[in-house]
Structures are given as structure tokens and as C-alpha cells.
Design a binder for this molecule. Structure first.
Ligand code: SAH
Length: 403
């Protein structure tokens, strides 16, 4: 154990078999089963390494809960759905969503809801169990696909899995908040001799220090992941994000539902975004692996390309626009009116500013959705020539209209 163990493990591996891709390095640093950052540390929140929107304000998760209810209504109120969250962190976001489901239980009364959490970190899954069930969970028998299960404080069954493929099929609403940015990326650099992949190696001058090098020739990844029409000189690609988006798109096409992805990112324009955070400060990505969160901006243009044939996509739309469309201003007014002391009001205004101000999280965070094609376009009208009711607009990407 100890903070140097992962570095020593990586150095042994690099000495034995040469440089590794940035993706392999990132995977080890974040999710190595013994020494990875999420496995051991996973410091989300004020006392940790990075803070996320659900940790800043309960309003964030509440509005996302309303998004699911609004889509559930727009899709004709199916009598059952699964809420599937990828990378639930501390469990706060799910908690806030379940509170909304409980407050609107009269609307959801005839609907059978279950929660399915995809989490690789044993440490964070314990935090989630504590938050959502008060610790009342049991490990699942080996022949079940979930590794743990419990019942939420509001009576909803919750299951934990390591992989999205383990989640049972069925009508599902998916959620990925600050999940895709934690998946391993490959990095590429344009050179005079063509594209080269950026690799991680040991620095020959300094013992136990890592450095970036370029592959001497092209690699399988440079052949497969760089588009011929690419104009940037430096490109980051996250194939694992592509695979997961394709899985979500297949499931939505087959069983119905929707996916909401929220993350910082760009639409295929940014270059070098790979960075580390420790104690809320930027941290050198190559130093002390396993002790800092490593992250890269999500390329939404890549996600859209991976999903498009099977589902419709909406966004990316800026967080401040999405939350405004969802009614955050009205929600803030109600909370301000209901709070008696100045300190609480101050806190409410501060967290609103954190989420909405373009200088804070308002502009750099984006919302992106996958929906079945028929959610936005009526199936061929020739079959049924009679006039159809118009499809309701998708909330968040348009103004919320609850009827
Ligand atoms: N959604 C939360 C947490 C974001 S941190 C929030 O916004 O606060 C990223 C989360 O993804 C953590 O829970 C981490 O353990 C999990 N994670 C990272 N890589 C994963 C993978 N490959 N499979 C499943 N979960 C993963």
C-alpha cells in the first residue's frame, strides 16, 4: 500500500515492456483495483479533490429528477422504468432525484421504479449505500448480475453493478454526470512525419519519474481514431466513451427510454485538455498516480457520431441554458422565500452562481441527450393519415411545459 505503490508498479511495468498509451496510464491511475484513485480515494466534495454540481446544490438533482418525470410523461407514462446511473460518486445526485420521485409519488403512483448504479469503486459504492439506504444493503449471490442490493429510504429497490452490460434490459432512463470525463483517453500529436500517439514512459534522467514521449511510428490507435479531415494538431479520443454510448443507444433503440449526459466538454474543437486535480488544485498528471483525479474534456461530437444511427441526439447545450429551461430561477425564488435566515439565503445565491455563472460552471458544462427517433419525429404518417397530436418538446433543450 501507500501512495508510492502505484508509481512503483507502473515503473516496473514500463521497464519490462516499454511505454504505455495515455489511456492505459489513465486507467491504472483511476481504477487500478488496488491502488486506483477512485478505488482508494475518490475525493468528491468540499473536503476532497474536486466538487461537482450535485454537491453544490440540491436544486441541480431535483431539476434532473423533473426532467425524467417530464420525459416519462411525454412517452406515455410506461408502467415501469429503471433509473440507471453511471458513476454515481457520493450518491447525492440519485438521492436528490429520488426525493423528487417521492414528492411526485401521486404522479408516479402506478409506476414500478427501480434504481441501478454502475460503479467500479468499492469505496464509493459503500458511500452510495450509506447515503441512499442508510447502510442497509446486502451482497448479491454470485449468480446474480448485481454485486450488491438494498432498498432506498423511500422504498425503491437499488442494485449495484460494475458494468453497464450487467444491468438488466428494460425501459430505462440513463444518467451520466461527470462520468465520461473520467474514462481513459488516447492522445495524438501531428508531426512532420504524420500522426504519432503520445505515450507514457520513465524519465531516464530522474529515477521513478514519468514523462511523455511520442510513438516512433504510427500505432493501431493513430490508424483507427484520427479522421482524415482532422485539422487540429493535437487530438484526444476516448474509445471507451464511444463503446458505452453505443451500448446506451442500442438499449434505448431496443427497450425505450432516454439518456442524459452532463459533463464539461466541447464539440470536437479542443486539443490538450488532459489534467489532474488534487485538493481542488491543478495537479501534474504524471506525478504520484493514484493520488489525484485525472480527467479530460468530453468530445460531444464523437459521442453524437457513435449514437446517431440508433437514436436521436440533442445538445450539447450549456448547463446554464439547460437549467434555465428547467425552471431553476423559479425554484430559487421559492427556496429564497421559504428560508428564514440570511446565511441560508446567501448560500442559495452562492450555489446558484456556481452552477449558472458563465465564469463558473454555467458555460463549460454541457447537457446532451439520447432519445428514441420516434420521440421527436412521428413514424411515417402514411400508415395513419388521421391528424396526430403534436409531440411535446423535450424539456431542458426547450422550455419545460408540465401538464
Ligand atoms: N456523478 C458523480 C461522480 C463523478 S466522479 C458526481 O457528479 O458527483 C466519477 C464516478 O465514476 C465515480 O463514482 C467513479 O468511481 C466512477 N467511475 C469511474 N470510472 C468508471 C468505470 N470505468 N466504470 C464505472 N464507474 C466508473
Amino acid at each position: 500500500g501507500g501512495d508510492g505503490a502505484l508509481l512503483r508498479h507502473l515503473c516496473r511495468k514500463l521497464r519490462a515492456s516499454g511505454p504505455v498509451t495515455v489511456a492505459e496510464y489513465m486507467r491504472e491511475a483511476l481504477t487500478n483495483p488496488a491502488q486506483g484513485y477512485y478505488t482508494r480515494r475518490g475525493g468528491i466534495g468540499e473536503s476532497g479533490d474536486f466538487i461537482t454540481s450535485p454537491e453544490i446544490s440540491q436544486v441541480f438533482g431535483e431539476l434532473i429528477g423533473i426532467w425524467y418525470i417530464s420525459e416519462w410523461m411525454a412517452m406515455g407514462k410506461p408502467n415501469t422504468f429503471q433509473l440507471v446511473e453511471l458513476g454515481p460518486g457520493t450518491g447525492t445526485l440519485t438521492e436528490d432525484i429520488l426525493r423528487v420521485f417521492n414528492q411526485l409519488s401521486s404522479v408516479l403512483s402506478k409506476c414500478d421504479v427501480s434504481v441501478h448504479l454502475v460503479e467500479v469503486s468499492p469505496k464509493l459504492s459503500e458511500n452510495q449505500a450509506q447515503m441512499l439506504t442508510g447502510g442497509k444493503v446486502q451482497p448479491s449471490p454470485r449468480d446474480e448480475s448485481a454485486y450488491m442490493k438494498g432498498i432506498s429510504k423511500t422504498g425503491i429497490p437499488i442494485f449495484w453493478y460494475r458494468d453497464i452490460q450487467d444491468v438488466p434490459s428494460g425501459y430505462s432512463f440513463y444518467l451520466a454526470h461527470e462520468f465520461f470525463d473520467a474514462l481513459p483517453i488516447h492522445k495524438f500529436q501531428r508531426t512532420e512525419k504524420g500522426w504519432r500517439e503520445v505515450l507514457v514512459d520513465i524519465d531516464p534522467e530522474v529515477p521513478d519519474q514519468l514523462r511523455f514521449v511520442l510513438s516512433p511510428s504510427s500505432t493501431p490507435a493513430t490508424e483507427n481514431f484520427i479522421q482524415p479531415e482532422e485539422t487540429r494538431d493535437h487530438v484526444e479520443v476516448c474509445p471507451e466513451a464511444g463503446v458505452i454510448i453505443q451500448r446506451l443507444a442500442c438499449r434505448i433503440e431496443k427497450d425505450g427510454g432516454a439518456a442524459l449526459v452532463a459533463d464539461y466538454g466541447h464539440d470536437g474543437t479542443k486539443t490538450d485538455t488532459f489534467r489532474g486535480f488534487r485538493n481542488h488544485k491543478l495537479h501534474d498528471v504524471l506525478s504520484a498516480p493514484g493520488t489525484a483525479d485525472l480527467t479530460a474534456d468530453v468530445d460531444f461530437s464523437y459521442l453524437r457520431k457513435m449514437a446517431q444511427e440508433r437514436t436521436t441526439t440533442l445538445g450539447p447545450i450549456k448547463q446554464r441554458e439547460f437549467l434555465k429551461n428547467m425552471g431553476i430561477d423559479l425554484r430559487l425564488q421559492v427556496l429564497l422565500q421559504n428560508s428564514r435566515d440570511a446565511a441560508t439565503r446567501e448560500q442559495l445565491l452562492h450555489s446558484y452562481d456556481m452552477l449558472m455563472n458563465p465564469e463558473n460552471m454555467g458555460d463549460c458544462f454541457n447537457f446532451f441527450a439520447l432519445l428514441p427517433h420516434h420521440r421527436l419525429v412521428h413514424p411515417d404518417k402514411k400508415d395513419k393519415p388521421e391528424v396526430k397530436s403534436p409531440l411535446p418538446p423535450v424539456a431542458g433543450f426547450n422550455e419545460l411545459l408540465l401538464k
